[in-house]
Ligand binder design. Structure first.
Ligand code: CAA
Length: 380
């Protein structure tokens, strides 16, 4: 498989790299400390076309392929994973689902503002009692003829308070299990929709994560995506692509930590020479670089599977499983190479280490990825 990047992909990579250095790096430590959402940066990413990268230009998107998207995700995540998760959720979990399964009217009304970055979206599947066990939805969407009445609580919702448009998964008919679940488009401001408190997190602290409460929210029937009972399949198909986005985020976090560690090792002296000249450090760099290279191949393979219309459930799960482990391992080693300075916020690597952890948890934990992969292997 040839992963040589095209001229256009190289230009997009450079644009994302420049943006990360010029717009994300300044203030990234302060935003992490203050748990401040990168609102200005998100607005600029919308102007650059990063929020609707794969969406058809007729709906305001950039019309690019998945490979270009993961390249951008890697570059942004090297510097600021709190900003890159906004890109990932908006592109993979919100725009993709709406464009692929939404009606023409839904696309006209909701997809265009999301793809241009005029507004951002959120994907609401997880609940206090339904995280990994996603079919156990307790939120209900009861059919009242021309509208649904939505009740329940969603947890750990990325873009929780910054979003304007929410894709909410809910149970309409419990008897039918996963086939009785629907997905509804809910707008901020609908009566009975309340945004709960912000979570105080270990990592990606600039990303705003909230619980959401729905108390008798009347959602018009025309806001249901797909046929009655399509909600769980919608969620699974959407998350399968989302996992490629998170894999590329993990790859970027690892690559960012590696670059910082290499540069530090080349200038920091101990025992009369730069620490990079000590084999203990040089071998760490060799391992980091090799594992990052392997993770990149898995991420690119999953992205190309999606671009080529192949099944990407397993390749996406493999990419996320592996890249998130590499992100964890690499950032821990980057802190170690920095020694005492690694423990200090100014050197960035401790933040990358904290940010890496979530890539093993959200959009399906590593254990869920192993379920997806092993079930597929055993079906063969
Ligand atoms: N594509 C299409 N259909 C799928 C599918 C896929 N990838 N995966 C499952 N389905 C279908 C199944 O075929 C089945 O339908 P049928 O009965 O018609 O065959 C139905 O969905 C139920 O599937 P399972 O029987 O396999 O269900 P399960 O209870 O065993 O669970 C699971 C499967 C893979 C464990 C699933 O529950 C899962 O992925 N859990 C993790 C959830 C998750 O990733 N949450 C992350 C939250 S989102 C987030 O983090 C966003 C953010 O803000 C950053």
């Amino acid at each position: 498989m040839d992963f040589t990047l095209s001229e256009e992909q190289l230009m997009i990579q450079e644009a994302a790299r420049d943006f990360a250095q010029n717009e994300l790096l300044p203030g990234v430590i302060e935003r992490d400390d203050a748990q401040e959402f990168p609102a200005d940066q998100v607005k600029k990413m919308g102007e650059l076309g990063f929020l609707g990268m794969m969406v058809d230009p007729k709906y305001g998107g950039s019309g690019l392929d998945m490979l270009s998207y993961v390249i951008v995700m890697e570059e942004l995540s090297k510097v600021d994973a709190s900003a890159s998760v906004v890109v990932s959720v908006n592109n993979s979990l919100v725009c993709w689902g709406l464009e692929t399964y939404g009606s023409e009217a839904q696309k006209q009304k909701y997809l265009t503002p999301l793809a241009t970055g005029e507004v951002i979206g959120a994907f609401c599947l997880s609940e206090p009692e339904a995280g990994s066990d996603a079919t156990s939805q307790q939120t209900t969407a009861i059919d009242h003829g021309n509208h649904y009445v939505l009740n329940g609580t969603k947890n750990w919702i990325t873009n929780g308070s910054s979003a304007e448009i929410y894709l909410v998964i809910a149970q309409t008919d419990k008897e039918k299990g996963s086939k009785g679940i629907n997905v509804l488009i809910v707008e901020k401001g609908m009566e009975g929709f309340e945004i709960g408190p912000k979570e105080n997190k270990l990592g990606i602290r600039g990303s705003d994560t909230h619980s959401l409460n729905f108390n008798d929210v009347k959602v018009p029937k025309e806001n249901r995506i797909g046929e009655d009972g399509f909600g769980f399949k919608f969620a699974m198909k959407t998350i399968a692509g989302g996992r490629i986005g998170i894999a590329s985020q993990a790859l970027g976090i690892a690559a960012g930590a590696y670059e910082l560690a290499k540069n530090y090792a080349k200038q920091r002296k101990a025992f009369g020479t730069e620490i990079a000249n000590h084999q203990a450090i040089a071998f760490k760099l060799a391992d980091m670089y090799t594992h990052i290279g392997a993770a990149r191949l898995l991420v690119y393979k999953a992205a190309c599977d999606k671009d080529n219309g192949l099944n990407y459930d397993v390749s996406g799960a493999m990419a996320k499983l592996y890249a998130s482990q590499v992100a964890m391992d690499t950032t821990i080693e980057a802190v170690q190479i920095h020694g005492g300075n690694g423990f200090v916020k100014d050197y960035h690597v401790e933040r990358l280490m904290r940010d890496a952890k979530i890539t093993q948890i959200y959009e399906g934990t590593s254990e869920i990825q192993k379920i997806v992969i092993s079930r597929s292997l055993l079906r063969e």
